[in-house]
Design a binder for this molecule. Sequence first.
Ligand code: ZN
Length: 60
Amino acid sequence: MAVQQNKKSRSRKGMRRSHDHVAVPAVIYCSCGEPTLPHSVCPNCGAYKGRQVLAKNENE
Ligand SMILES: [Zn+2]
């Protein structure tokens, strides 16, 4: 097992961990007004790129 030669300071630890965050997912708004993920079919109305690709199931 590799053993570190010197103690890493709290400052160094913070600098290393400055990139350790979860990326916030991008949100776009569908033409129906529902927030959706980009490059994905809207789960609310089933539209993708302004085109209907899935049948709407409004009675569920
Ligand atoms: Zn939609």
